[in-house]
Design a protein around this ligand. Structure first.
Ligand code: SF4
Length: 405
């Protein structure tokens, strides 16, 4: 990429953004747990979607390109998921390579693809510009096609039962890296890569690697461009976007002020502070009361039911008393504001946390429902292919760290 005064300016803006995760900072009682690779983190090349419209036009001008070319590039990107500028019939071939290099650098490259559920689940391991690994999972359901995406390389939340959490945070992903997962999946859907022929990517969930609210600015930039209509975005309704958090309360409160109706999913995993302090270390910073208060406020402002994610772990958090306490705590805020998704834990090798017995899962759901709380056991799509959040990439990252040490 050409280093011009304005691209330097754009880079420094991103630089400020890069470390603006709400979870980190000297004053915070909770610090992200960093991976060994954190020290060598770099910045992804700038992409069209990382820039504001003004920045795009300024950049184009420096490259000798008229401003209207930027709109053409955005139209191809968002409406046709296409970055092959040399094949755009409405774009001069003399400018194609310059435009490709300046606006569409290759940010994510597939290194491994695994299929499950008769091809209806496709899990992709991606390599980023600095050789980091992340993953995304595309899932076809009868009424929708959902893509689960990553927002950070690794995760700093340190949940002890989670493969990604064991590795720590390497770095935040750029909006470009986040959105490229969406564009490529949308293209796969359109080109008939899933069984049943061409279809449309309809739902996005931020439940892959990372704590999305820990990378707030890039995540919001991505959400705005997923939901805006072409040529400003992919046109996937904000209502079909789910944002998962472990309970970063300032992030939830900030999200309320955005007035963008995404669904909020809170990974609670325990009904009491005593247990959650152990399972979700972030709880020592923001406890269950603060998290549930913020989640309920999000419901009141967005009018969207909040999802409570709850990984069922055998003998740890899956007994009748846990379900009863969870029901009591949720009912404290009133009726019908929440939906609980107990998820059978996908255990990681060598871990003392393992999946619940089916009868305990059934009892857990039954207790919640009898207490008037809607609850569905979430399917573990692709569990035969390292399906839990970040497990495939976590495995690769762990091997990589071993190789480097
Ligand atoms: S469970 Fe989620 S929040 Fe916790 S360490 Fe794993 S990826 Fe991070």
């Amino acid at each position: 990429m050409t280093t011009s005064p304005s691209s330097l300016h754009i880079s420094s803006e991103l630089e400020k953004d890069a470390d603006s995760g709400i979870t980190a900072g000297d004053k915070s009682a909770f610090r992200d747990v960093l991976s060994k690779d954190h020290a060598r983190r770099g910045k992804a090349p700038l992409h069209l979607v990382d820039m504001t419209d003004e920045e795009r036009k300024e950049h184009a001008k420096e490259l000798g390109m008229p401003a209207f070319r930027v709109k053409q590039l955005a139209q191809h990107y968002f409406a046709h998921f296409d970055t092959n500028v040399s094949e755009f019939s409405d774009f001069p071939s003399s400018l194609a390579q310059t435009a490709k290099d300046a606006f569409f650098p290759d940010l994510i490259t597939p290194v491994l693809e695994q299929e499950a559920d008769k091809g209806e689940t496709i899990k992709t391991l991606w390599k980023l510009f600095d050789d980091s690994r992340i993953e995304s999972v595309l899932m076809k359901y009868p009424q929708r096609v959902t893509l689960c995406i990553s927002s950070q390389v690794g995760c700093g939340m340190d949940c002890p039962f989670c493969a990604t959490g064991r590795l720590g945070l390497t770095r935040n992903m750029s909006a470009g890296e986040i959105l490229e997962q969406v564009r490529i999946a949308a293209l796969q859907c359109e080109s008939g890569r899933l069984p049943g022929g061409p279809t449309r990517l309809s739902n996005i969930v931020f439940m892959g690697m990372g704590e999305a609210l820990g990378n707030y600015k890039a995540m919001m930039k991505a959400i705005r461009q997923i939901s805006a209509l072409p040529p400003e975005g992919f046109g996937i309704s904000a209502r079909n976007i789910t944002l998962s958090t472990v309970g970063v309360v300032p992030g939830i409160r900030k999200l309320i002020t955005e007035h963008i109706p995404v669904r909020l999913a809170v990974s609670l995993h325990a009904p009491s502070d005593e247990l959650r302090d152990e399972l979700v270390p972030m709880n020592r910073r923001f406890n269950t009361t603060q998290v549930l208060d913020a989640a309920h406020d999000y419901y009141l402002s967005s009018k969207r039911r909040v999802s409570i994610e709850y990984a069922l772990m055998r003998g740890i958090n899956d007994q009748a008393e846990h379900a009863q306490l969870l029901a009591k705590r949720l009912n404290h805020y009133g009726d019908d504001w929440v939906h609980v998704n107990p998820i059978p834990l996908n255990p990681i090798e060598g871990s003392r946390w393992t999946a619940s017995k089916p009868e305990d899962e059934a009892q857990f759901i039954d207790i919640l429902r009898k207490a008037g709380i809607s609850a569905t056991l979430r399917d573990t799509r692709g569990s035969d292919i390292d399906g839990a959040c970040g497990q495939l990439a976590a495995k690769e990252l762990a091997q990589d760290l071993v190789r480097r040490s």
